[in-house]
Write a protein that binds this ligand. Structure first.
Ligand SMILES: Nc1ncnc2c1ncn2[C@@H]1O[C@H](COP(=O)(O)OP(=O)(O)O)[C@@H](O)[C@H]1O
Ligand SMILES: O=P(O)(O)OC[C@H]1O[C@](O)(COP(=O)(O)O)[C@@H](O)[C@@H]1O
Length: 337
């Protein structure tokens, strides 16, 4: 690496849906920046921090005792102003005014689009870190937060299974994931759900026939003296969501159905080991990439190796749910598909 004449200034922000492990990444970036004698600016509330010039200097003392905390000490936000040319220019003018050399954004595909929008107006380096519970970014096997989210959902659904079993009851549980089934399929297989209804295996146009099959399956299981019956439903898929599906099962199948929308519980909590370690590795790799003068990339990890993926590729939604996982579900769940 070439000797630097001036101290580089790094900007850092967390944007979009928060994800457990974001704090671990903030800690790693701050410590690695200090190690390389870079100055680290932490911008608050996602892109609002740039637009409003709302920031703090991040030094090692500011990031002690945060690796185990969910959420993000920098706060996150969805920032509508950033979707306008005026907002983008305001964000860029803050980076120019503060003489920032490189910006690291921890977030999902929307946040990466924000970086791409700034690229035409700013000469500094732009580095993305995959931070979303949805695991819907290409160029990394896992995103920061995904492992914790599925563990949280599994723990919650194990409890639902207990009460469902006690009453021989059917439950519909709605999971997050926005438009991808990584959460639904991983959690569904880990909980041995009788039904997983996700983007990968359900066409909303086939709603009526799916409903008839589920009702028939529940009837058959009853005859076989089966106990509880869990239907895991990906959000934004079934028209009207878990409540509408539960109501349809009651009306058309005369079935006693419990409904649980897990919601934001999946985004919170202390990150599991896998997310802490991933976030720490990616945070250090982000600083190393800046020192190598890389830009316009997301740092990820594939098969245990650090990867650099162009931001434009990271957001293409090509990372489908693993076929083996879908096959495992098809071969083990007792459902009639
Ligand atoms: N096309 C875009 N241009 C500029 N900024 C964007 C764009 N899309 C999203 N952003 C910024 O990124 C933020 C987070 O995006 P969002 O899609 O909500 O979450 P995530 O980054 O987790 O996918 C948005 O609130 C907005 O500030
Ligand atoms: O908290 P909000 O704004 O309602 O967003 C909910 C969405 O955020 C997520 O939890 C995370 O998505 P992003 O990481 O893309 O922001 C999705 O699973 C969910 O659809």
């Amino acid at each position: 690496m070439a000797t630097r004449e001036k101290t580089l200034k790094i900007g850092l922000l967390t944007s979009g849906g928060d994800a457990p492990g974001m704090n671990a990444a903030i800690q790693a970036i701050t410590l690695a920046a200090a190690h390389h004698k870079l100055t680290c600016y932490g911008f608050h509330h996602g892109y609002n921090g740039l637009i409003n010039q709302d920031y703090c200097i991040l030094a090692p003392d500011n990031v002690t005792n945060i690796i185990h905390q969910g959420g993000t000490i920098l706060k996150s936000a969805r920032c509508p102003e950033m979707m306008t040319q005026t907002g983008i220019k305001q964000a860029v003018s803050c980076l120019i005014k503060e003489n920032i050399d490189a910006l690291i954004v921890i977030g999902g595909d929307g946040s990466f689009n924000g970086m791409l929008a700034m690229q035409d107006h700013w000469q500094g380096k732009l580095i993305g870190l995959p931070g979303t519970i949805d695991n819907d970014l290409d160029g990394t096997d896992f995103t920061i937060g995904f492992s914790t989210a599925i563990n949280t959902a599994i723990n919650a659904i194990d409890k639902i299974r207990d009460t469902a079993d006690a009453f021989d009851r059917v439950f519909v549980v709605e999971l997050m994931g926005r438009h991808s089934g990584h959460i639904a399929f991983n959690v569904g297989v880990a909980c041995a759900a009788e039904q997983i209804i996700s983007f990968e295996n359900f066409d909303p146009l086939a709603q009526e026939s799916k409903l008839a099959k589920i009702i028939a399956d529940i009837e058959q299981q009853k005859q076989n003296k089966a106990h509880s019956y869990l239907i895991l439903l990906a959000e934004n898929l079934w028209p009207g969501g878990a409540h509408a599906l539960g109501e349809a099962l009651k009306q058309q199948g005369n079935i006693d159905v419990g409904i649980c929308v897990l919601g934001h519980i999946q985004r919170g909590g202390s990150p599991v080991a896998k997310d802490r370690i991933l976030a720490t590795k990616l945070g250090v790799a982000a600083i190393e990439a800046i020192l190598l003068e890389k830009s316009g990339i997301m740092i990820g990890e594939c098969e245990s190796k650090i990867t650099h993926t162009p931001l434009t590729k990271a957001i293409q939604h090509q990372k489908i749910v693993n076929d083996d996982l879908i096959n495992v579900y098809d071969s083990t769940a007792s459902h009639m598909s």
